[in-house]
Design a protein. Structure first.
Lengths: 438, 343, 367
């Protein structure tokens, strides 16, 4: 164990339970003084990784090293001196007073038959105070609330004085105030005492706020690793968790945060067709886009929609189908931010369907952005029924539509033709940007 | 946060051995010492005073005093011998059940108590556990015991308190004879052993003679069930290798349990009904009588019962391997199985 | 967050731990050992008993004629001395030794299995010991030899059975549940073996029944000495594992994360507990309830810290068994009851009382 050894290093770790792989060929190196958060859906392997780090299980392949030494070769008591564990839950048998409970953490530092000394007891009291339980030292572990129990367990981990602390969903039973408090303390532990922390957290937003580094696991593999700003994205949430969300930035901390909306609907894939290769974007408004959104969704395509205004019925339809959308406030012209978002949606799309929507100055930018996609992806223009006026922009909308027509957009009559055309576009690949991963 | 002092300096090195280590060390040392001394003590040979050396029924070599004045008898079969040998006056204590739960009358029938002039002040508790105190108070110089006394108790009496114990537990009828000879060796002239031995020998010879006659005449031995207890499952009887079996054979009977796998088997009701013995002899006394056996499975369907060949016999006459079994039980059994022959 | 309730460095004292009760119990046992020989099946006046005791203890200096003025049996004062000193006192000492052994083993097993209903015989020790004893009885092994063969075979039988389970404990299937099930299965198997053996020798079954009922008598100082020695060694070693047992209560994973090698410690504890129990009951036969009830009493009185529970259970067990012996003699004068009957008789209602009185969050409540 030297000063240069990383607190935790996993190399090619594979763990199988029965036939099911819980971790697959995972590499991870945690540097000193880092606050790393393990994120991932249930069953992604976070707990398994922590257990492997603690030496609770023998990996089927690969090695786990604590401060340079293979964890399975270290005697159990030495492991306790290097790494402390705050598990998700504990079921103690007896109503042990909190003070004694925390004092248990001193075991690794005491000799055979050596009693706890004044230093040990002082450390326990201080640890209790530092988690806000200083005046509850006499209360029994079974008599306190779940949150208080969790804090007592954290106090016990502190008293263990290990340079690496692993936490498994420590905020599970805590109310919002205590969640913040606990994570604040953990962070100051990292900053002030140079303790290395690896914590598995459910809440991505909390992770984004506190972590120096987020490691995302999905189905036992490491799929993302880096600072929160780099890792957290809507795409990641949809891909790994299957949740549709909006990404925002916390104005106070600058950290990204996600507003979840709904689940990503499962979509079938069929090789050789457009299905499953990416979403189809529908530009519409005022109810014109809804039939196309529905038909495409039913046919199995993922759909996105925008720019739409709040209260628009097309928006309702899009959301009920689980589509990502670009949304503007009602009656306002589509602003820069929404345009940027629309651009992002279009960039991910594999085709665009322009529904016959009435165009005014507030939603003209929709057509402008679609025009920007000419040549990159197929654009399907739904023919408008002659008669009612639809251009309220003094001719600019018509000009754009004409430009689209000449630029290669296909004209289609209605829903059936849209589906047929898309089906016929067997394996086209957008010319410049690669298709985003599913 | 964390410790109030930085976790830098390790605790000062311990110079003196902690108190706890000393305590543990002392306790372990005392333990080793205690066990060692005791083990050494055990390996030293025991000393029992006496001048007569013999081998008892369990193969033990025992040295006993000659003609001891005070003897403890633990087993009704031995009491029978002592009485018949005229040695009743030597007996100071007999076996009993726990005094609060039956005491003397659990082991000895009222006839026996009267005949042998026993009293509860002679009680030495042998069951459910052996109690040494009364024995020590009575201070016998010899203990005669059957196997109702546990191995541990025997060793306690002989090795701890240096009172010699002779185990008398004959397995055959001839064994009974050998026991009388053993007692003669111990008590010498004060016993009327020769007379008793002659009686026993004569009874055995007579029975053997009948056996020979019947065999020569080609008469088959009557089949018989000799049972001493029963329950809802069947009948308890004697299997091969037991003195009960010897008794039946010597009485010229054919036991239906002669081929059992166990020494003291319980024959199922169906088994007995199927074999349908010619005679059923059941043990009475100690609360057992005919109405008790009448509740046994298939009792009324047995031919023997219906034909009046189910006969009761005092349990004391055939459940204890003693002179009474040979002098009373054997002739009685012969007269039951072979009506008309003189005992 | 949270104010300081005490000055830095001050140690909070935990109330509700009446450990002085255990010290008082120790004194009571000491007195009990001295006074219990007054009780016995053969009636001797208490003053005579005490005089005899003092005479023996002082090597003859005190009371040169202890039986003066008292009714003396045929065997004389020597006989009375034998009764009081050799028979009763060694029985009393054995009660203390065996009670302590059963108590501390029971406490250990309740800790290892994290189950308040565990008792020292959970690992099939009772069946193993009984089969060992039965082998000596049924096959009449060495009847004429020194009086250690029966306890030796019983001890080996008990420890061997425990050993089988320990082998399972060291394997990868060594979860607590597996151990329990293996113990139960082994017990059943051995019980049938025992029944089969006894069919061949019904008189042997009488003796084995005696063994199963537990018996404090029929022993002497040398056997006491061996029992004492073995129990003292293994019991002391057991008591050193108090802290590890505390940590094991948190669950094997948490204990491991705090530095306790759960599997190794469990095996060691079970081995020591098996030896302790086997050494005790090898001489007396199976005595129930002592090992089950004693830890509960200690926990109720002095808290759940195993550094206190283990030695405390030894004390309570010793007191319990000694008390049971005395009460049995008072209740049934002149009769020596198999002590196992009496501990069950007294223990069962007492245990029911403990269950009835437990508070919601007491030692037996788990989340």
């Amino acid at each position: 164990m030297t000063a240069a050894d990383p607190p935790l290093r996993l190399r090619g770790v594979t763990v199988r339970f029965g036939g099911r792989p819980a971790l697959q060929d995972v590499d991870l190196e945690v540097a000193r003084g880092q606050f790393v958060v393990l994120a991932g859906p249930n069953g992604s392997g976070k707990t398994t990784l922590l257990r492997a780090a603690l030496g609770f299980l023998d990996p089927d392949a690969g090695s786990v090293a604590l401060f340079g030494d293979d964890v399975r070769e270290l005697p159990v008591i030495e492991r306790a001196r290097r790494v402390a564990w705050v598990p998700q839950e504990e079921t103690p048998r007896d109503d042990v007073p909190l003070f004694d409970y925390v004092l248990y953490g001193r075991y690794a530092h005491l000799g055979w038959l050596e009693g706890e000394g004044a230093t040990d007891r002082a450390a326990a009291q201080t640890a209790l105070e530092s988690v806000g339980l200083g005046d509850r030292a006499e209360d029994g572990i079974l008599s306190v609330s779940g949150g208080e129990r969790q804090r007592a367990i954290l106090a016990r981990a502190l008293v263990q004085e290990a340079p690496l602390v692993l936490l498994d969903e420590p905020t599970t039973h805590l109310d919002i105030a205590h969640q913040l408090d606990l994570l604040d303390r953990v962070r100051s532990l990292v900053r002030d005492r140079n303790v290395t922390v690896v914590a598995a957290l459910h809440d991505l937003n909390l992770a984004a706020r506190y972590a120096d580094r987020i490691v995302v696991l999905s189905r036992g593999r490491r799929v993302a690793d880096g600072p929160p700003a780099a890792v957290i994205s809507e795409e990641l949430l949809a891909r790994v968790w299957g949740v549709v969300a909006d990404l925002r930035r916390d104005p106070r901390t600058g950290a990204p945060y996600l507003l979840p909306h709904h689940l990503v609907p499962t979509s079938p894939t069929a090789p050789g067709t457009m299905l499953g290769r990416g979403p189809v974007h529908v530009v519409g408004g005022g109810g014109s886009g809804a039939p196309y959104l529905r038909a495409l969704s039913e046919a199995g395509y993922r759909v996105t929609a925008g720019g739409l205004h709040l209260l628009d019925s097309d928006l309702e339809a899009a959301e009920s189908l689980g589509a990502l959308t670009a949304v503007e406030v009602p009656f306002a012209p589509i602003g820069e931010e929404v345009r940027a978002r629309l651009r992002t949606l279009l960039a991910s799309a594999t085709a665009v369907v322009v529904a016959p929507f009435p165009v005014g100055p507030s939603n003209l930018p929709n057509l402008e952005e679609v025009a920007g996609q000419l040549g990159r992806i197929p654009i399907l223009l739904v023919r408008r029924t002659p008669g009612p006026v639809w251009d309220f922009t003094g001719g600019r909308a018509e000009a754009l539509v004409e430009r689209l027509r000449r630029g290669g957009a296909r004209e289609v009559a209605g829903v059936d033709e849209v589906l047929a055309t898309l089906a016929a576009l067997a394996t086209p690949r957008p010319s410049s940007t690669p298709t985003p991963a599913q | 946060m964390g410790l109030s002092t930085p976790p830098a300096a390790p605790a000062p090195a311990r110079r003196t051995v902690p108190l706890a280590w000393v305590v543990v060390g002392v306790l372990v040392a005392v333990g080793i010492l205690s066990a060692g001394v005791a083990a050494y003590d055990i390996t030293r040979p025991p000393s029992t005073p006496g001048s007569v050396t013999l081998t008892d029924d369990l193969g033990r070599q025992v040295t006993v005093p000659y003609d001891p004045a005070h003897v403890a008898v633990l087993g009704p079969s031995i009491m029978d011998s002592m009485y018949r040998l005229g040695l009743r006056s030597h007996v100071v204590g007999v076996d009993c059940y726990a005094p609060s739960f039956g005491g003397l009358s659990s082991d000895y029938s009222s006839d026996q108590v009267q005949l042998w002039n026993l009293s509860s002040s002679m009680c030495i508790q042998t069951e459910p556990t052996f109690d040494i105190e009364e024995l020590l108070a009575l201070g016998p110089q010899l203990v005669l015991a059957t196997t109702i006394v546990s191995v541990g108790a025997v060793e306690q009496i002989s090795l701890t308190y240096h009172i010699p114990v002779v185990m008398l537990q004959p397995a055959t009828l001839t064994g009974v004879l050998l026991d009388e000879q053993l007692l003669e060796k111990i008590f010498g002239a004060s016993s009327s052993a020769p007379a008793l031995e002659a009686e026993i020998q004569s009874a055995i010879t007579q029975a053997a003679a009948l056996q020979t006659n019947l065999t020569n005449a080609g008469t088959p031995f009557p089949t018989v069930l000799l049972t001493y207890s029963t329950d809802s499952n069947g009948y308890w009887t004697f299997g091969p290798g037991t003195f009960g079996q010897s008794l039946i054979e010597l009485a010229s009977g054919a036991s239906i349990s002669a081929n059992s796998t166990l020494p003291y088997p319980e024959l199922a009701g169906e088994q007995v009904l199927g074999t349908d013995p010619e005679y059923v002899v059941y043990g009475t006394g100690f609360g057992l009588n005919e109405s008790y056996y009448a509740q046994a499975p298939f009792w009324s369907q047995l031919t023997a019962t219906q034909d009046g060949r189910a006969v009761g016999m005092d349990s004391n006459d055939f459940t204890e391997p003693d002179p009474t079994m040979i002098l009373v039980g054997l002739p009685l059994l012969i007269s039951i199985l072979h009506p008309g022959t003189s005992a | 967050m949270g104010g300081l309730s005490a000055a830095p460095g001050a140690v909070p004292r935990t109330p509700g731990r009446r450990r002085w009760v255990l010290v008082a119990l120790l004194a009571a046992i000491g007195a009990g050992v001295f006074l219990s020989p007054v009780l016995g099946t053969y009636s001797i006046a208490p003053e005579t008993v005490l005089r005899i005791l003092l005479h023996q203890v002082s090597g003859g200096a005190l009371y040169p004629n202890p039986c003066a003025g008292a009714p003396v049996p045929v065997s004389g004062c020597a006989g009375l001395t034998e009764i009081v000193w050799d028979a009763r006192l060694s029985e009393v000492m054995l009660a203390v030794i065996v009670g302590a052994a059963l108590g501390i083993s029971g406490g250990t097993l309740q800790g290892v299995f994290r189950n308040p209903l565990a008792d020292p015989f959970l690992l099939g020790l009772s069946s193993g010991g009984t089969v060992g004893a039965a082998v000596v009885v049924v096959f009449r092994v060495g009847v004429s030899e020194q009086n250690l063969l029966l306890p030796l075979f019983a001890f080996v039988g008990a420890v061997a059975t425990g050993g089988v389970i320990l082998v399972a404990a060291r394997s990868r299937f060594g979860s607590v549940e597996t151990l329990l099930l293996t113990g139960v299965a082994l017990s059943s198997f051995l019980s049938s073996v025992l029944s089969l053996m006894l069919l061949y020798n019904p008189t042997g079954s009488l003796q084995v029944d005696q063994w199963l009922l537990g018996n404090l008598g029929a022993l002497d100082w040398t056997q006491d000495g061996i029992a004492f020695g073995v129990v003292l060694i293994s019991g002391t070693l057991l008591a050193t594992y108090g802290r590890e047992l505390n940590l094991l209560q948190l669950g094997p994973d948490v204990a491991q994360s705090l530095g306790v090698d759960s599997r190794k410690v469990r095996v060691r504890l079970l081995l020591l507990a098996s030896v302790t129990t086997a050494a005790a009951v090898a001489f007396t036969g199976i005595i129930g309830f002592v090992g089950l009830v004693s830890p509960h009493v200690v926990r109720r009185v002095a808290g759940s810290d195993y550094r206190v529970v283990l030695p405390g259970s030894a004390l309570v067990g010793a007191g319990f068994l000694l008390g049971a012996r005395d009460i049995a003699l008072l209740a049934f004068p002149g009769t020596l009851l198999p002590i196992g009957i009496f501990t069950s008789f007294a223990g069962a209602p007492f245990f029911a009382y403990l269950l009835y009185r437990r508070r919601r969050l007491s030692t037996m409540g788990g989340s």
